[in-house]
Design a protein. Sequence first.
Length: 405
Amino acid sequence: MLLNRERASAIMSAQGLEALVASTAENVTYATGYANWPIYTFKDPEAYAVVPEHGDPVLVVPVSAVDYLAETPVNVSRIYTYGTYHVMRNFDAVLEGAEAQVLEIRERASHHPDALTALTHVLTDLEVGRTIGVDERGIPLSQWKALLKALPGRTVAEAHDVFRTIRRVKTPDEIDRLRMCVGAVEAGMMAAFQHAASGTTEAELEATFRAVVGSRGVTPGHYETSAGTRSSGSFPPSPEYRLKRGDIIRSDCGGRYRGYWADTGRTAVLGEPSAKLARYYEALRVGIASVLATIKPGVQVAELYKVGVEAVRTSGIPHYRRHHVGHAIGLEFYEAPVLTDFGHDERPVGLKDVLEPGMVINIELPYYELGLGGLQIEDTIVVRPGGYERLTSAGHDLVGAGTWH
């Protein structure tokens, strides 16, 4: 199960919420396991998950989603459908397998003309009392106003941040998906480094990355990989630039597996790096090691930022500056907390955030210098009671391009 049921109930109780309504694709997936591609692609069809303070969630989806549900089980007590989607039936045929399941779900689901009516019926059927938290990020303003009107006598509060707080600590099922995704993305990145040679284009490296990641059942994501002085920026891989001996190749890449993201990075060199880049890379390596050595439950996020930046500065890049040294990751590419010591509201990000067992965070200390190049080390780790578990497996040394295996 993706939903951390115990944590969700505790947080809801502390905030006086009798139910939570998920409206964004990420939170619907988290609450129920429902990850049908249309909710991540189309903006108009609505999907909701209602999480009561205790008990299993309820799913609200278009009736067209029943085909997906027939072969992809979800963790819900009941399904409510809405809308119109015509499917004929041959009454001379005996339905089996997925077709039989489609019919069973259609007959069992509580059907309504539109999403708002279905959602209102869920909340009524669950006998939700006074206070409901609604994920405001995925519900149109018109629907929000209509929901308030349909629920007289109840308090409806914004709850997107409540979901993000619950999701900070990952369940074992979530970590399994993240591990799978990280492994595929790292394999693709390293395969691209191995493919590198004098005359290879950045675009050819990208093709290798995407082929390897896709072959492992993971959807390739970003591939910000460039070489030479171009590595100073996050440029799209060029079909024109051809690698040459001495080039640094900075790679920051990602992918997505069953809703969960990976984001990792390493630096390779075709031949030998310049003395300056080698010195700078060593400073970043020391910085990453210092941050990792600091990780344990109870440590403030701001401390990780301070330790990482100071280690880089004292180890060879005295002018080093960075807006953060990492971020949590999961159903969203960037999740809370972001590893920094400043923010843009009255509660600076990181100053009160502390690490908890089960958090999955990325540690990164990249360096970009126009006219020189860029360097990248990025790890994904799980905070454990005694420290951390690394989901990435590649070492922190500069990778010899064309030689990794």
